[in-house]
Design a protein around this ligand. Structure first.
Ligand SMILES: Nc1ncnc2c1ncn2[C@@H]1O[C@H](COP(=O)(O)OP(=O)(O)O)[C@@H](O)[C@H]1O
Ligand SMILES: [Mg+2]
Length: 232
């Protein structure tokens, strides 16, 4: 059976420099999948190629049964792909409230958007009128995840959702992600292995742009080769 997100033999990169080589990867329509690998392995490049910020050089990307490999990013987002990028995921100079209003169709929707995000991350309630640039790392990630959820994604891409987040807040974000992954498909790129494998049922490990290892989260965790692929 085809997967919900079905990537086959994908090559991609920047300019002339190829980063991803023959990446084949399947994501089920619900649950978490982790993408692991050391810095520079190609994780962010893979997320950008899925959402269409980078073109696929070769191979296929199918989502929900449709070939999206030539679709523009807006079309992919409208089709149900939500993306929380590793960097620049909020408008620093806009308030939290306005970050949530951007993309809402009317003021009425903007109010509903705030309510929906506060239901996921109540902590943001004390920050609504503060510029997003003054938030802590964790609050900023919460805002970015909340914003992405406003589009009702069927697949959520999270590129390092706990990077720069104080350890005391990481647990809170992780618990929300575990909840989200019960309802929709979630791809999580993470440096924290244990956290990633709590959210994910399945994991892929990239090594220099290729899939080096894959399997059920527990099996990947126990694979003696794993640490070699994660070591700097
Ligand atoms: N904008 C860019 N232009 C050229 N090369 C890039 C660019 N962004 C990343 N790279 C290179 O692509 C490779 C993979 O990077 P990236 O996908 O960001 O890795 P990861 O997210 O796994 O740390 C690295 O060698 C990196 O230097
Ligand atoms: Mg990255």
């Amino acid at each position: 059976m085809p997967e919900f997100l079905d990537i086959r033999h994908l090559d991609a990169g920047y300019g002339r420099s190829q980063v991803l080589f023959d990446v084949t990867l399947g994501i089920p329509w619900r649950g978490g999948v982790a993408v692991l690998g050391r810095n520079g392995a190609g994780k962010t490049t893979l997320m950008k190629t899925i959402v269409g910020e980078l073109p696929a050089w070769k191979g296929e990307v199918a989502f929900d049964g449709r070939d999206i490999s030539r679709s523009r990013t807006e079309q992919r987002v409208r089709a149900g792909i939500g993306y929380v990028p590793q960097e620049h995921s909020v408008f620093a100079r806009l308030s939290v409230r306005d970050n949530l209003a951007v993309g809402s169709l009317s003021n009425k929707d903007a109010g509903a958007a705030v309510d929906r995000v506060l239901a996921i991350f109540p902590k943001l309630g004390q920050r609504l009128d503060q510029p997003a640039g003054t938030l802590s790392g964790g609050e900023r990630k919460m805002l970015a995840i909340g914003r992405a959820m406003l589009g009702d994604p069927k697949l959520l891409l999270l590129d390092e959702p706990t990077e720069g987040v104080w350890i005391g807040v990481i647990e809170e974000i992780t618990e929300r992600l575990i909840e989200l992954a019960k309802d929709i498909a979630v791809i999580i790129v993470e440096q924290h292995l244990d956290l990633a494998l709590r959210v994910a049922d399945y994991a892929y490990v990239l090594d220099r742009g290729r899939v080096a290892l894959q399997g059920e989260a527990g099996d990947v965790r126990g694979n003696p080769e794993l640490l070699r692929y994660l070591a700097p």
